[in-house]
Design a protein around this ligand. Structure first.
Ligand SMILES: [Ca+2]
Length: 582
């Protein structure tokens, strides 16, 4: 009976949420141990975080096999430590030595039991498929058929074959009001706009997943219309966006439009109901360099698929080189907000990281030393990659191609990544939660930030495999995203026992299906509460609880293509690297 009800819990997140409440009401106080609710690969570091107070009378924990009811592992909680982001005292449970495949819960006497999680070689297979399949659900300009989309089938919207050139983007060859065609692409976030900077960083991270971990990436089966075309599914899905990006480049001068957008956010409607005029906005240095970098990467990856996409690799590289040339002659074309455009702006006024990333990828793809000479490597920061700061991509790509670098450059790459790893490993060990939280993590988009910081740890670990702790730090980032956080929630729709049910995502709000479209990573806690006038009250403090699972909450509960990409990368990395780690 017990095993059966637990099985049901695993299958139906909503029922699990209700059952969780009932269990708490039945006499258990306190919060359950927080754990990655999807699970672990057998060789992974495994931690649970337990918020404690003086009423807890034990420092013992058990890991219980849910199929047999037997205790698979007993251990002692580590001493309590304050963890200020959650306003909690935390005791950690480590159970890394449990490697036997199965389904488990953590039990601490006096507390509700943890969510169910799996240990097994396939523990991440479904979520890997899910977070990549989310891009299919984000496709603009295509009907999603039930055969591929199930209950989330929908009509096509936004064909974008007659897009207007906005006054901000007008020039003599394409005056204001000129119609151009810019179809395909992915909706950027919870609305129906298409953004170049978020598309380019998402593409860069997905291409990195493919280039660094080809085996696992090629094996990903997405059930999308292009399946069986001879291209791996990940590359078929990505091409939907790359084709759009190519169309955003002005053929006349090589500059790239910043956004393709409505002038105002529409309501909570399905794509086909959204019929306002669409515009391409101002050409910017950020958009142009983002395209240059990601298309230069793509030209390397698609070169192996000349038979499936004849001429594509060269087309991508030509576009990237023309874009870089435009940016060199327009080095500070920063996006300016206009009164008539009310949609998100993605303003970035620091271009040195974009120049460095584009020069890096063009150097690696063309081997032309002139691009290396434009890369002032010793001046490039290392930050977790985001749409605003792409510096981390420079170091990751150089690390991947370290055998092509001069001895001096190779040494600098090693030194930079090692130094970042030392910093993060130290912060991780010192953290009461065993978690590295990048600066600003609770000011919007924090889930993606935690995951993209972990991408740097993956790069460090691949260069320096003796630094096993760097891989454990990356695992902890995955744990945070999948439920080892003070909200006790997986931040990915449809995955984990408790996950967002009401993301700020127009199709999920408008499609009449109760469960949200699965596989989307939501932004996470945000003390800024920019949405407070649109939403019921929710906590502002402690920072790690400043979150609202409500469709109104664009500040905390919005999806974004650049939030999913580091999750795809990290799942692919962990699957590849954990099995062979010691
Ligand atoms: Ca920047």
């Amino acid at each position: 009976m017990r095993a059966k009800s637990l099985f049901l819990v695993n299958q139906f997140p909503l029922a699990a949420a209700l059952l969780g409440c009932a269990m708490s009401a039945a006499g258990q106080s306190g919060k359950p141990p927080q754990v990655n609710q999807v699970g672990f690969l057998p060789q992974a570091a495994k931690w649970a975080s337990i918020a404690v107070d003086e009423t807890l009378k034990t420092d013992a924990f058990e890991v219980v096999n849910t199929a047999t009811g037997e205790t698979a592992l007993q251990g002692k909680l580590l001493p309590a430590q304050d963890w200020s982001p959650g306003g909690q005292r935390i005791q950690l449970a480590e159970f890394s030595s449990l490697k036997t495949p199965g389904s488990y819960r953590i039990r601490v006497a006096g507390l509700p039991e943890s969510a169910v999680f799996a240990i097994g070689e396939g523990a991440y297979d479904a979520v890997s498929q899910g977070v990549m399949k989310a891009y299919y659900f984000a496709r603009a300009g295509m009907a999603l058929e039930a055969k591929y989309a199930g209950a989330y089938a929908r009509k096509a919207g936004h064909p974008d074959d007659k897009v207007l050139v906005h006054a901000s983007a007008a020039d003599s060859k394409r005056p204001s009001g000129t119609r151009i065609s810019s179809p395909k692409g992915w909706y950027d976030s919870g609305n129906y706009n298409k953004s170049m900077v978020s598309s380019s960083i998402a593409a860069g991270m997905l291409l990195a997943a493919y280039e660094h971990f080809p085996g696992v990436s090629q094996a990903l089966q997405l059930q999308i219309p292009e399946q069986g075309s001879g291209l791996p599914d990940l590359l078929s899905e990505l091409a939907w966006s790359l084709d759009w990006m190519l169309s955003m480049q002005d053929p006349e001068d090589g500059g790239v439009y910043h956004q393709l957008s409505n002038l105002e956010y529409g309501g909570d409607e399905m794509p086909d109901a959204s019929t306002e005029p669409r515009y391409v906005l101002q050409k910017t240095t950020a958009a142009t360099l983002g395209l240059a970098a990601s298309l230069a990467m793509a030209s390397r990856v698609y070169a192996k698929y000349e038979e499936q996409r004849p001429g594509y690799s060269k087309q991508l590289l030509d576009a990237a080189q023309r874009a870089f040339a435009w940016a060199e002659s327009h080095p500070q074309a920063i996006y300016l907000r206009r009164d008539d455009v009310k949609t998100g702006a993605y303003v970035d006024d620091k271009m040195s990281d974009e120049f460095a990333w584009a020069a890096t990828e063009l150097f690696l793809s063309t081997k032309n030393p002139s691009y290396r000479s434009k890369l002032q490597l010793e001046q490039v920061n290392i930050n977790q990659p985001s749409w605003r700061d792409v510096s981390g991509m420079v170091w990751m790509s150089l690390a991947q191609h370290i055998d092509q670098l001069s001895a001096e450059d190779a040494a600098l790459v090693r030194q930079t990544l090692q130094s970042r790893a030392q910093q993060d490993m130290g912060a991780w060990k010192a953290s009461a939660y065993r978690l590295v939280l990048p600066e600003g993590v609770f000011k919007g988009g924090g889930t993606g930030m935690v995951l993209s910081e972990a991408m740097l740890m993956v790069a460090a670990y691949r260069l320096l495999p003796q630094e096993r702790t760097a891989l454990d730090v990356a695992q902890s980032a995955m744990d945070y995203a999948l439920g080892r956080n003070p909200l006790g929630m997986s931040m990915v729709t449809g995955f984990g026992t408790h996950s967002p049910l009401h993301p700020h995502h127009r199709p999920s709000l408008a499609d009449g299906v109760e469960a949200p479209v699965p596989g989307f990573v939501v932004g996470g806690p945000n003390i800024g509460q920019q949405d407070k006038n649109a939403c019921p009250a929710y906590p502002q403090s402690p920072a790690a609880l400043a979150y609202l699972d409500n469709g109104c909450s664009y500040s905390t509960n919005q999806v974004a293509i650049h939030g999913n990409a580091p999750m795809v990368y990290l799942l692919t990395a962990l699957k590849t690297l954990t099995a062979s780690s010691q």
